[in-house]
Design a protein around this ligand. Structure first.
Ligand code: FAD
Length: 462
């Protein structure tokens, strides 16, 4: 081991590795319950895959002071753990989020646009059944097929006896090509970031169940009014520090050694090595992505006899494209589809909500031909598609493309059986992160829920 100083030998801090939303949520929950925490993060800023970046680092976009996120993020009304953490931090929803009842408008170069709007008058799930019945751009036969499928899924409790792909599920429920292309495929990519032919139908149903049932507000879309670091990461760090705890950025964990202690060897001591320090603790939460967690600690210790800790990843590309400030989308979010030809854009979000007038964020989930395009080809394809939605669209000024190759874990068929829980085989060692067994795909809600669950395991032992 390199020379590094040994610190914190005597204090009783709980250590968390990784200050993404799962690690931050875990720390907030622990300090609120009176624990002392030390959070170690390899990057120079917290937030992980949901953080802000400054446009001044961009080669293509030079708007002074403009804050962008590393990817456009949206929340759903059903994200209860996330909303609860925001409350703990004293964040008022109306200050940080704009809530819209579900309204999907999808455009196509060759077909009629699709418009689905949840009723604000009816309770769940009637608010969505009415939306399907009145959906514009589809014939009555297709709309009835969607309603029949929704009713059958509801009767089955949104549970499958055996997981299948979303594509197989849609075939079982006789969904037509236009329904798949214009409704289900965009929804599956937006929620699971995984193509329908291998996406897990069970995880898709988990999301549908939460969003479509209980309260009509569960299906609301929540848009951030500020960048992600301003919204959550910075308030979370302030909260943790105000509770006698620490967040150390640029402190990459290189190695973790475990020693078993106690009368029956039933407690553990963890020795954590970073580039600068050694730390020792008795309780440790790994809130790192799975490929990092298994580098730091042998996977057999993390998951016992469970056969696999192999996660694959799917990319997300976000293209920020700046037009003159008066340019707006017809509504805050629009989608794109085609049942016959290729198209590149999937969703476009108007950033005027964050005070960035004329800025549009276009999101492309999953891998595809767009990954092979040059920046200039990609942005021109997107500009072309945006002109379907905005008439007399002028030339754009600047753009920035962010490709996150490991944006989310691949939510493939049977993924549920492979996701580890919070508790490991080592006493005092816990896992958090969107990939753990939360029932959710890779989302802010999954990350926050996993962090809160890990914290609760420790709090319960008090
Ligand atoms: C482009 C994009 C768009 C997305 N859109 C949405 C959306 O619209 N809605 C939604 O709900 N979700 C969305 N997501 C998913 C969401 O961002 C993630 O699920 C969530 O941020 C994962 O948080 P996490 O804490 O589990 O993991 P991470 O964010 O990956 O956090 C892990 C942390 O560990 C740190 N780390 C790694 N190695 C070490 C080490 N050796 N030592 C110390 N620290 C280490 C990392 O730097 C990182 O900060 C999107 C993700 C991306 C990338």
């Amino acid at each position: 081991m390199k020379s590094a100083s040994l610190i914190n030998l005597s204090d009783k801090s709980i250590f968390i590795v990784g200050a993404g939303w799962s690690g931050l949520a875990c720390a907030v929950t622990l300090v609120q319950a009176g624990h002392k925490v030390c959070l170690l993060e390899s990057a120079r800023q917290a937030g992980g895959r949901a953080r802000s970046i400054s446009s001044k680092n961009s080669h293509t976009m030079h708007l002074p002071g403009l804050k962008l996120d590393n990817g456009q993020h949206i929340m759903l009304g059903a994200y209860y753990f996330t909303q609860e953490i925001f409350k703990t931090l004293g964040l008022k929803e109306s200050n940080i989020l704009q809530r819209h009842p579900l309204e999907l408008k999808l455009f196509s170069a060759a077909e009629d646009s699709i418009h689905l709007k949840a009723s604000s008058l009816l309770p769940a799930p009637l608010h969505l059944l009415a939306a399907f019945l009145t959906m514009q751009g589809l014939n009555l036969k297709d709309r009835l097929k969607v309603i029949k499928m929704a009713l059958m899924l509801s009767m089955s409790g949104y549970r499958l006896k055996k997981d299948i792909s979303v594509e197989q599920l849609l075939a079982q429920h006789q969904q037509t090509k236009i329904l798949i292309k214009a409704l289900w495929e965009p929804l599956c990519l937006a929620t699971l970031n995984t193509p329908i032919h291998y996406a897990s139908a069970q995880v898709f149903l988990n999301v549908l169940k939460d969003s479509f049932n209980s309260s009509k507000h569960n299906s609301d879309c929540l848009f951030f009014k500020q960048d992600l670091s301003q919204t959550f990461c910075l308030p979370a760090i302030r909260f943790i520090k105000n509770h006698n705890s620490e967040v150390k950025c640029a402190e990459k964990v290189l190695d973790i050694q475990i020693r078993h202690s106690g009368v029956n060897k039933n407690s553990s001591e963890f020795y954590i090595q970073t580039g600068h320090h050694f730390y020792q603790c008795n309780q440790l939460i790994l809130a790192t992505p799975p490929h990092i967690s298994k580098k730091l600690i042998d996977q057999s210790l993390l998951i016992g006899k469970k056969s696999s800790f192999n996660f694959f990843y799917e990319p997300i590309v976000t293209i920020y494209i700046q037009y003159p400030s008066e340019i707006k989308l017809p509504q805050i979010m629009v989608g794109f589809f085609s049942s016959s030809s290729e198209h590149t854009s999937q969703w476009a979000i108007d950033r005027s909500l964050t005070g960035q007038n004329g800025l549009i964020a276009v999101v492309i989930s999953g891998s595809g031909k767009h990954m092979q395009l040059s920046s200039s080809q990609l942005v021109h394809a997107i500009h072309q598609e945006l002109s379907l939605v905005i008439s007399h669209l002028p030339d754009f000024h600047e753009y920035k493309i962010i490709k996150e190759k490991r944006a989310t874990f691949r939510c493939h068929v049977d993924i549920e059986s492979q996701r580890p829980g919070t508790i490991t085989t080592v006493s005092g060692l816990y896992l958090a992160g969107d990939y753990t067994d939360t029932g959710y795909p890779a989302t802010l809600e999954g990350a926050i829920k996993s962090g809160v669950m890990a914290a609760r395991q420790i709090i319960r032992q008090k």
